[in-house]
Every structure is written in structure tokens, then in C-alpha cells.
Design a protein around this ligand. Structure first.
Ligand code: NAD
Length: 302
């Protein structure tokens, strides 16, 4: 019998391709023998994608399509309403990059607290770089889901930090179980030497941390964002940094990505910026690809 066709528009980890090739007919949308969607539309059963858009029109042209497996999180590139109408499953890999993003958050925390960003730019002489230890300082987490829980674990057990968390969707018991002390936002902010955002970008979290919240932090505090651009108000951040109220920030995500070279945040040496690479580790990329491949095989074997 003909094997089901799986279309993969952009490169994913080889181990995932090998796994899929045991049971399916894999068609790659890149490389020497690139197959366009048009060439497979009438036969394709599954799509494994990272960021390529799949709209309703593509779904309607693919009568055999049963599953769209997203490599990573976020389904904003997929027309999920049409998928639901047509009985096409849409899957994501929400846990595959948790450890990587948590480690990246800690990397930014250390970089900002120790002046590594300033030093790496060659912007500060040895005498002028005065770091702060993490031990004994307090980390405030905004959102206490998967990534925040890993950050809490590393911060407490690795560095001896006190960890607080604000997450109105969770009970106090759930936050305690995640390894943090639950507090309302207004009580958490003045205690947090470092504040780290770990919330999704939804209506209720847009500019969740703005001028009022940043000014409520202790002087010399630092802010970290590895969640989504837009949860932290960048104009407010620039303003508190210029006032000298906060000591720095570490941002893996920004409202505009990639952040333009002339953006004011780039002009401030106390701000360490990485281009949304929190999940870009060999381990996470492999895990995301394998999980997405497994989702495809699960759905095709039903
Ligand atoms: P998660 O769903 O496990 O946790 C999110 C938490 O935010 C939940 O506990 C939820 O209750 C909480 N929350 C929702 N609204 C809130 C609000 N108004 N105030 C406070 N808390 C609120 O998600 P996760 O896997 O931990 O991911 C967290 C963030 O990291 C997401 O924005 C995700 O998109 C982002 N992320 C970034 C990268 C990267 O490359 N930098 C990679 C993966 C995920």
C-alpha cells in the first residue's frame, strides 16, 4: 500500500526525518529535490512545520490532510478554525524547550548582574564593572508555568536565591509546589531584585509590566524577558533605565523581531539582547522535531 505522505517545508532534525521515514513517505520542501506544497496537496496526510504558514485555502486543497504538527509552540501561523472544521488535528511541542529557555533566562540574569554585556562590548573598564551575586537576592517570577518552574528550581538550588511568583491562574498551593512563594503582584514587585516574565502574550498580559510596575521594583533591580515581546512595555523600560532606577535588562524577545540596529534598547549597554534564541539548543531542536514526528505517527495510526 502507498505510505502516507508527510510534507516538511523547512529543515528539522535528522532523527525526526529518520523516524518518519520508517512509516511514511517524507517529502521535503527544501534542498535539491524540493517538493512544493502544490506538488503534494492532493495526497499529503501530514505537515511538520516550524514557522511556515498553513492557511485555510491550503487545507481545502489537501483532502487527505489529517494532522499539522508544529515544531515548537504557538499556532498563530495556522488557520486553526479551518483545521477544526475539517477535522485536521493541530499539535505543538510545549515541553520540548522548557529547560533550554529556563537556562537562557539564567544566562541573561547572570549576564546583566555581572556586567557581562557591558564587558563583552568592551564598554567598561575593569574598575567600573561591579557585579552583584545572585545568592541571597530575590527573583520575582511573573507567570509560574513550565519555564518559570524550571527557573525557580535552578535559582533556588543552584544559586540560593529566594523565589517569588505571581500567577493569578494558579492556586497558592500550585505555586508553592512549583518551588516559589505565591504573592500578589503589588507585594512581589518591591521585593524582586530581578523580575522575570514567563507569561503568554494574550490581551491580559500585554504591557503587564509597565512604568508603574518597574518603578515599584527596588532601585538597582533588573528585568528579564524570555516570554513574548509586548508583555513588557519597552518604552517604560527605557525610561526607568534612563532614570537610573533599574540597573539593566536581559531580553530574548522584543516587540519587533529582529530588533532593528538603531533601536534605542540597543544603545544601552546595560541591556543584553538575544534574538529569540531561548529554545535554540541542539537538545531542544531535536526534542521538538522528534515530538512533532511522534504526533504525526500517532495521528496517522489512528
Ligand atoms: P506555560 O503555559 O507553562 O506558563 C505560562 C504561565 O503564565 C501559566 O502558568 C499561566 O497561568 C500564567 N499566566 C497567564 N496569564 C497570566 C497573567 N495575566 N499574569 C501572570 N501569569 C499569567 O508556558 P511556558 O512554557 O512556561 O512558556 C512561558 C512563555 O515563554 C510563553 O510566552 C512562551 O511563548 C514563551 N517561550 C519563549 C521561548 C523563547 O524562545 N524565548 C520559547 C518557548 C516559550
Amino acid at each position: 500500500a502507498d505510505l502516507p505522505v508527510v510534507w516538511i517545508p523547512r529543515p528539522v532534525h535528522d532523527d525526526a526525518l529518520a523516524l518518519l521515514r520508517e512509516h511514511t513517505d517524507v517529502r521535503l520542501g527544501y534542498g535539491d529535490a524540493a517538493t512544493t506544497f502544490d506538488r503534494v496537496a492532493d495526497r499529503v496526510s501530514a505537515i511538520l512545520l516550524r514557522t511556515v504558514r498553513v492557511d485555510g485555502d491550503m487545507m481545502r486543497r489537501a483532502p487527505a490532510l489529517r494532522v499539522i504538527a508544529r515544531h515548537g509552540v504557538g499556532v498563530d501561523t495556522i488557520d486553526v478554525d479551518t483545521a477544526r472544521e475539517r477535522g485536521i488535528a493541530v499539535t505543538t511541542t510545549p515541553t520540548a524547550n522548557t529547560q533550554s529557555v529556563a537556562e537562557h533566562t539564567i544566562a541573561l540574569l547572570l549576564a546583566v548582574r555581572r556586567g557581562i554585556g557591558v564587558a563583552a562590548r568592551g564598554a567598561g573598564s575593569r574598575d567600573r564593572i561591579r557585579g552583584r551575586e545572585l545568592a541571597g537576592s530575590t527573583l520575582g517570577l511573573i507567570g509560574c508555568g513550565r519555564i518559570a518552574s524550571r527557573v525557580a528550581h535552578i535559582a533556588r538550588h543552584g544559586f540560593g536565591m529566594r523565589v517569588l511568583a505571581y500567577d493569578p491562574m494558579l492556586t497558592g498551593e500550585q505555586i508553592t509546589a512549583a518551588g516559589a512563594e505565591p504573592l500578589p503582584l503589588d507585594e512581589l514587585l518591591p521585593l524582586s531584585h530581578a523580575l522575570s516574565l514567563h507569561v503568554p502574550l494574550v490581551t491580559g498580559t500585554r504591557n503587564l509590566i509597565g512604568l508603574r510596575e518597574l518603578l515599584a521594583m527596588p532601585p538597582g533591580g533588573v528585568v528579564l524577558n524570555t516570554s513574548r515581546g509586548g508583555t513588557l512595555d519597552e518604552d517604560a523600560l527605557l525610561s526607568v533605565l534612563r532614570q537610573g532606577h533599574l540597573a539593566g535588562a536581559g531580553l530574548d524577545v522584543t516587540v519587533v523581531e529582529p530588533l532593528p540596529a538603531d533601536h534605542p534598547l540597543r544603545g544601552d549597554p546595560s541591556v543584553v539582547i538575544t534574538p529569540h534564541v531561548g529554545a535554540q539548543t541542539a537538545e531542544a531542536l531535536r526534542r521538538m522535531a522528534i515530538e512533532a514526528a511522534r504526533h504525526i505517527l500517532d495521528h496517522l495510526s489512528r
